[in-house]
Design a protein around this ligand. Structure first.
Ligand code: TRP
Length: 330
């Protein structure tokens, strides 16, 4: 039997090149090897009190971008979290066995208190319970998570174990972190150091138009230029080479590396070439995003189909959990 892999997608912000080479490209491959569930975590996003129009707009954007990258809704189960009411019910049940003390100690909660002290709502406190519910409702075995979500996954394991212990059952599997060993490519930002990220403000989004991409690349940090033959590139320059590595032809990359080694490089030329190669890479994805984004009929069909598949699995779990807990019908 295929293992079940699940990933929740934050519904804020556009997908950027870092997301693409970091995770999404792997999701696209994985969907054929595993039983995959991908969903837009729109219930989680309520913790930040979005405006109703933005909430819907963000879900539309994220779904369009994932589809444009190659998530196949006929292969993977792609759904919107709030379309699956079973999640909310199981979340309520799971909350009864989650302790305020342990929730208050999670790093993500403590971060939020610092970042939004004016809105420390109960949903923030129980965020890990909802995330655990997302996972266990499909009895997922593997969850691809970044560093920042490891603690939340650890809590999901704890809640799954606790349920089994309290009710003396062997019902929920303990979800493990899925690691793409060796397949993760770190995409640097354009600001000289560190990685590409939304919060870093240095990202090239898949949906960016050519003008914006050129502008962002031309503004990338460089250095004063090599002073010795065969000098190792400084970090900002190595970052530009790393980007070229994923979007450009090998010959192009080698051409600029040789120019650098010979102290003949012109950063303007390097950036021009990099911008054009990024544009060449993102344009087909961008075109698909824009088409899908405005195709209401297609989005309706995809989300309906996703919700049906997700609810089939979720309602089975919920029925069994209700039975285990002791809710029985007369
Ligand atoms: N908390 C995750 C994030 O911020 C999103 C998420 C919600 C998630 N539910 C999940 C991730 C379940 C994995 C599994 O990125």
């Amino acid at each position: 039997m295929k293992q079940t892999v699940l990933s929740g997608i934050r519904s804020t912000g556009n997908l950027h090149l870092g997301n693409y080479f970091g995770a999404i490209r792997n999701f696209v491959r994985m969907q054929h090897e595993y039983n995959c569930y991908f969903f837009v975590a729109d219930l989680h996003s309520l913790t930040t009190h979005p405006h109703p129009d933005n909430l819907h707009g963000n879900v539309r954007k994220v779904i369009s971008e994932y589809l444009a990258c190659g998530i196949d809704p006929d292969v993977a189960t792609l759904y919107v979290q709030s379309d699956v009411p079973e999640i909310s019910e199981l979340y309520l049940l799971m909350n009864m066995n989650a302790y305020v003390g342990e929730l208050e100690r999670t790093t993500t909660f403590k971060d939020k208190i610092r970042k939004q002290p004016e809105n420390v709502n109960a949903g923030l406190l129980t965020y890990p319970v909802l995330m655990a519910t997302d996972i266990i409702i499909h009895k997922a075995n593997k969850v691809p998570v970044g560093k920042d979500q490891e603690q939340n996954l650890e809590m999901a394991r704890k809640f799954a174990r606790r349920f089994n212990r309290i009710y003396e059952v062997d019902y929920f599997p303990e979800p493990e972190a899925f690691s793409f060993t060796g397949e993760l490519i770190k995409i640097p930002g354009l600001d000289g150091s560190g990685k590409m990220g939304k919060s870093e403000g240095n990202a090239i989004n898949l949906v960016d138009d050519p003008k914006i991409i050129r502008k962002k690349v031309m503004r990338a940090v460089t250095d004063a230029g090599p002073t010795e033959l065969n000098q190792a590139p400084t970090e900002p320059i190595q970052n530009l080479f790393s980007l070229m590595e994923v979007v450009s032809e090998t010959d192009t990359l080698n051409f600029f590396k040789e120019k650098y080694a010979a102290c003949e490089i012109r950063y303007g030329d390097l950036k021009n070439q990099l911008a054009e190669d990024i544009i060449k890479f993102t344009t087909p994805i961008r075109d698909r995003i824009l088409t899908i984004h405005d195709d209401d009929a297609y989005l309706k069909k995809v989300t309906k189909q996703g919700a049906e598949k997700a609810r089939e699995s979720a309602s089975r779990t919920l029925r069994e959990v209700r039975e285990i807990i002791g809710f029985r019908s007369f």
